[in-house]
Design a protein around this ligand. Structure first.
Ligand SMILES: Nc1ncnc2c1ncn2[C@@H]1O[C@H](COP(=O)(O)OP(=O)(O)OP(=O)(O)O)[C@@H](O)[C@H]1O
Ligand SMILES: [Mg+2]
Length: 376
């Protein structure tokens, strides 16, 4: 059972109320962590807690199904195809909107050791193969980081890939092939990697402030310091310390809850951020604002960001290094390099060059789909 699935909202007590038995677990783990000499890894702790919450919530009402997402392809094998992502690399002039300064810095030369390498990675569950021979390399660009949007049809193995990088079971470990992070074989979750799950993963029984401070608590950071850092991040993601910090997740809108989820991960300043369809459930204006927020925070922290999305527009806006996956068993169909955004999402998405790139990629996906359907 995945941690993604385990974020079913539970009962939310009002501030000051006694949390339900299962929901008390985060504090217990954090307390244990603060007593322990070995810091607890927040991603692993959270995954375990969500599993526990899920078990405790068993029997409760099932979460409604997400609306169906449009399939991108039905390919079963890589289909090399010359792609010119329609002037995808055309210049995006840093126009008046940005006052002449591009929003993202240009890519610096890559360091010798890549951040993440997949070499012929396959994951099978019994006789079912979820991903097959997946190979890619994401270079390390110190002081800049790289954005890696991942596109692909539902069930093609996108979550499998990023959960494997996070070191979360059962996707980790792979059945065969090699996964390297910073040149090393990973052994499980680590503080160098932070995950933002698809659902608004916050603890219902914790305030915004305590949610954002959770990972620091797991690391044994002293209370005053962790609350200070949590407050800083609450404001960085555009929430109000005064009005929002003491609220509980059920008192927030979807966009606000996702801001909390992002703050919870970024407060730990991971070098690699793994985002699994983080904006999928947001309305378009909120989504555009969140994209801009992400770009701003990315610029500040320079991490490598893996970002799963079903939206070609979102992938093109975020830019850099897009990975397109085929349907099950997932494999990489195409890697496309795209210049990073140079203006806010709304302005960018009206730009003819931007639209040309989007339609170029949609065409590529369509061609790949039909060539796969035709058995090429
Ligand atoms: N623990 C598991 N046991 C068996 N099969 C699994 C397990 N986890 C994932 N799968 C299967 O692996 C395949 C890839 O799943 P994954 O969650 O990575 O897809 P995805 O591309 O993220 O899909 P979506 O876009 O719908 O989120 C799916 O067919 C899924 O059913
Ligand atoms: Mg998924």
């Amino acid at each position: 059972m995945s941690a993604d699935d385990a974020s079913k909202p539970g009962a939310t007590p009002p501030p000051g109320a006694t949390p339900p038995a299962g929901a008390a677990q985060p504090e217990r783990v954090a307390e244990a962590a603060s007593r322990s000499a070995e810091p607890v890894d927040p991603v692993a702790a959270e995954a375990a807690l969500r599993e526990l919450e899920r078990e405790l919530a068993a029997g409760a009402e099932e979460r409604p199904e997400a609306p169906p997402t449009p399939a991108l392809g039905s390919a079963t094998a890589p289909a090399p195809m010359p792609v010119t992502p329609a002037k995808a690399t055309a210049e995006r002039t840093p126009a008046a909107v940005t006052g002449g300064a591009p929003i993202m810095k240009p890519l610096a030369p890559a360091a010798p050791t890549p951040v993440v390498v997949f070499d012929k990675v396959t994951k099978s569950y019994g006789s079912f193969t979820a991903i097959k021979d997946v190979s890619f390399r994401i270079d390390d660009h110190p002081g800049r980081g790289e954005m890696v949007p991942i596109l692909g049809p539902s069930g093609c193995g996108k979550s499998t890939v990023i959960r494997m990088i996070a070191g979360l079971s059962p996707q980790f470990p792979q059945t065969s092939g090699t996964v390297l992070v910073d040149g090393k074989v990973i052994k499980g979750p680590g503080s160098d990697r932070g995950m933002v799950f698809q659902d608004y993963t916050s603890f219902d029984n914790r305030s915004v402030l305590d949610n954002v401070a959770f990972g620091l608590e797991c690391r044994g950071v002293a209370r005053a310091e962790r609350l200070d850092r949590a407050r800083l991040w609450i404001s960085k993601v555009g929430l109000s310390i005064k009005k929002d910090a003491d609220k509980y997740p059920s008192e927030l809108s979807g966009g606000m809850r996702q801001r909390v989820a992002i703050a919870r991960t970024l407060v730990l300043e991971p070098r690699i951020i793994l985002m699994d369809e983080p904006f999928g459930a947001l309305d378009p204006p909120t989504r555009a604002r969140m994209q801009d927020l992400l770009i701003g925070l990315w610029r500040e922290q320079s991490p490598t960001v893996f970002f799963i999305t079903h939206s070609v527009e979102e992938a093109v806006y975020l830019g850099d290094h897009v990975l397109i996956f085929s349907s099950s068993p997932g494999t990489i169909l195409k890697e496309i390099k795209i210049p990073p955004p140079d203006r806010p999402s709304n302005a960018m998405q009206r730009d003819p060059a931007f639209l040309e790139t989007v339609y170029g990629i949609k065409d590529v996906i369509e061609k790949l789909e039909s060539s796969q359907r035709g058995g090429d």
